[in-house]
Ligand binder design. Sequence first.
Ligand SMILES: NC(=O)c1ccc[n+]([C@@H]2O[C@H](COP(=O)([O-])OP(=O)(O)OC[C@H]3O[C@@H](n4cnc5c(N)ncnc54)[C@H](O)[C@@H]3O)[C@@H](O)[C@H]2O)c1
Ligand SMILES: [Zn+2]
Ligand SMILES: [Zn+2]
Length: 345
Amino acid sequence: MKALVYLALGKKALDERPKPEITSPTDAIVKITKTTICGTDLHILKGDVATCKPGRILGHEGVGIVDSVGAGVTVFKLGDHVLISCVSACGKCEYCRKQMFSHCTTGGWILGNTIDGTQAEFVRIPHADNSLYPIPSGTDEEALVMLSDILPTGFECGVLNGKVQPGSTVAIVGSGPIGLAALLTAQFFSPAEIIMIDLDDNRLEVAKRFGATSTINSKDGKAAEAVMKMTDNRGVDTAIEAVGIPATFELCEKIVAPGGHIANIGVHGTKVELHLETLWDRNISITTRLVDTVTIPMLFKTVRSKKIDPKLLITHRFKLDKILDAYETFGHAADTKALKVIIEA
Ligand SMILES: NC(=O)c1ccc[n+]([C@@H]2O[C@H](COP(=O)([O-])OP(=O)(O)OC[C@H]3O[C@@H](n4cnc5c(N)ncnc54)[C@H](O)[C@@H]3O)[C@@H](O)[C@H]2O)c1
Ligand SMILES: [Zn+2]
Ligand SMILES: [Zn+2]
């Protein structure tokens, strides 16, 4: 089968690989119909993710058709149309029982990281009963690809952890696919203001179309002042960090209002300064989270009922044969205006 393989720092190739086989009774093999590329795949290629070794097939998002199942799989059968969670979960360990699937002792974020992923014709899904979701007939596949990772990430790590409330003020730093997913799902709670902050005017334009009440281009280094001006010097009730660099986390520390919440989403590779000298008396909370994908079923319903339309995030489409072009397009988002690219296997 064809698969996108991480070869070495900065190097990848579309290779021929053997079709995966069931190795445990709880596995399923899924024939991929649609997958996509995540910012995290670019982090892997830059060498930021130490657990992902050369030789790995990348990808942790996608939808497909069940091709075979192990003897222990009870929920799915050959031919079922399924959505793949980016997080695999046994459903039985201590963490899974707390709904903390991201820390499953025999799962978590392993797809396209420590085991072969979804940017291929077929993928092996461990703990299939708890890591796949059935797709009812007549549902739009492309929109569902956004449910494997980015929508639950924006919602769980950003909106839920950030305790977005009706009438509250929210700032989202980073208007990439994840920041935009947080923007879409924050609106479930009807905040009064959602301020989007980014360096890229195109992405801020998209954010306006997605419901941002105001946008700030932070390239002049004055975003904190702008937010304070917009909020009568109070700051925001929820500051969501969706970039993953020190500057953006520190911006969140500057703009959080008393009693507010900083919800970190970004993957950080370097240390960040914690300004307790200004924050100790402000009654704030800071949260971090690796997405658990426990909200997939609920988000699925909101997509089906058209409360949100994640398809708006899709800007480009490619065949699996052209996945290297898809990486080029996605990797140069400022020039290509790419958000999410769909890859059809
Ligand atoms: N916690 C989790 O479970 C989880 C899951 C998936 C992704 N992530 C992480 O979430 C982050 C966002 O993902 P994405 O796919 O949207 O990434 P992305 O790179 O597509 O988007 C990041 C955005 O931040 C903007 N940006 C960069 N520097 C900035 C600055 N100094 N000020 C303001 N904006 C700036 C960029 O222009 C871009 O629009 C990444 O770090 C990703 O690895 C975390
Ligand atoms: Zn991802
Ligand atoms: Zn588990």
